[in-house]
Design a protein around this ligand. Structure first.
Ligand code: FES
Length: 163
């Protein structure tokens, strides 16, 4: 079995060129390019990181280290619904640990794991920049759920599970 090397679509390449044009040097465009790659390929596998490094003419170690540092970049395939529970102090003081524990119990997984059916994955992350509405949970890097309670969190999981 052969696996094709990742490659941006024409539209993604055009977007990449537009990103490059916004930065004084190539290296500075790495974060948005990784974001684009994640959107294009679903997650940042080692071949995707190699592709980005080649495309940007940057050292692979630099690209890999950058992707590893930020939780918003997925280094393994996420579930259909990827839940990120903030654990930083403001959220922690307002019950984030209870939110995480409730999610873990409901889904039968721990932080960093994915359900056997691939529907849900869970990750604890640092501040999601919405501290005034703590505790916060983000779905699929795009959808915020704020001022959560355990009850509302479980209702959210039920709603996602039914879709
Ligand atoms: S501490 Fe949770 S969003 Fe900032």
């Amino acid at each position: 079995m052969t696996t094709e090397a990742p490659q941006f679509s024409g539209a993604a390449l055009a977007e990449y060129r537009a990103i490059l044009g916004r930065y004084p040097e190539r290296r500075a465009a790495l974060l948005p390019t990784l974001w684009l790659a994640q959107r294009e390929f679903g997650w940042l596998s080692p071949p995707v990181l190699e592709y980005v490094a080649q495309l940007m003419e940057l050292p692979l170690a630099w690209v890999t280290a950058t992707a590893s540092f930020y939780t918003m970049y997925w280094k393994q395939p996420p579930g259909r619904w990827h839940l990120q529970v903030c654990r930083t102090l403001p959220c922690a003081l307002r019950g984030a640990e209870g939110i995480r524990a409730a999610v873990e119990e409901r889904l039968g997984i721990r932080s960093g794991e994915k359900t056997a059916d691939g529907r849900f994955s869970l990750e604890e992350v640092e501040c999601l920049a919405s501290c005034d509405t703590a505790p916060v949970l983000q779905v699929n890097n795009t959808e915020y759920h704020e001022s959560l309670t355990v009850e509302r969190t479980l209702a959210l999981i039920d709603r996602l599970a039914s879709t």
